[in-house]
Write a protein that binds this ligand. Structure first.
Ligand SMILES: *[C@@H]1O[C@H](CO)[C@@H](O)[C@H](O)[C@H]1NC(C)=O
Ligand SMILES: *[C@@H]1O[C@H](CO)[C@@H](O)[C@H](O)[C@H]1NC(C)=O
Length: 167
């Protein structure tokens, strides 16, 4: 009997491993010349009940993202769906918000074959890591219709999707 139980457990474990990969991913910075700005995990910083800022934190505090129709979603702890938005403004250093959807999420996001997060927004000139509020590093985007100089204190980075494996 014990043997059969073990087999059953083994079968269950195998089924879990073989089930389709959940399309949940973390977004991780790479490509900065300042090594301390690579390998940072995108997370959220509360601003008000509807809006959060996009900031980088440790892996243990990473936000779990998923795609819906070209928007990048994140579920708040209370289950509300938030979405990443390129906030329109007049600075080269554009703000990135993570706000309650569907009102504010930007569309047109996709992953390249290298799993880099891109957007088809024509103003998008790349992702920036810049000092944020307090001692966190914030995520911003370069608005190329305003300029193409990397703002002081910022660095251009890639955001790479790292899919979470079931464990
Ligand atoms: C995604 O887009 C399709 C086609 O426009 C639409 O029918 C569907 O409801 C959308 N899904 C969500 C979750 O918004
Ligand atoms: C970029 O800047 C222009 C000019 O200020 C602005 O109209 C546009 O909305 C900005 N782009 C984005 C994606 O916000």
């Amino acid at each position: 009997m014990k043997f059969i139980t073990s087999l059953a457990l083994l079968a269950t474990a195998t089924t879990i491993t073989a089930s389709p990969v959940q399309k949940i991913f973390n977004l991780v910075s790479s490509g900065a010349s300042d090594e301390s700005r690579n390998g940072l995990y995108l997370s959220t910083q509360h601003e008000d009940p509807l809006n959060s800022k996009a900031v980088f934190r440790e892996k243990s505090d990473a936000a779990d993202f998923y795609f819906v129709n070209g928007t990048v979603r994140w579920d708040a702890p209370n289950g509300a769906p938030y979405a990443i938005a390129l906030i329109s403004g007049s600075n080269v250093q554009g703000d990135v918000g993570i706000s309650v959807s569907p009102t504010t999420g930007s569309e047109g996001f996709s992953l390249t074959s290298g799993k880099e997060l891109k957007t088809d927004n024509g103003d998008f000139g790349g992702w920036l890591v810049c000092p944020g509020d307090g001692d966190v590093q914030g995520l911003f985007y370069e608005n190329s219709s305003v300029g193409d100089d990397v703002p002081q204190g910022c660095e251009t980075v890639q955001l790479d999707a790292v899919y979470k494996t079931s464990s």
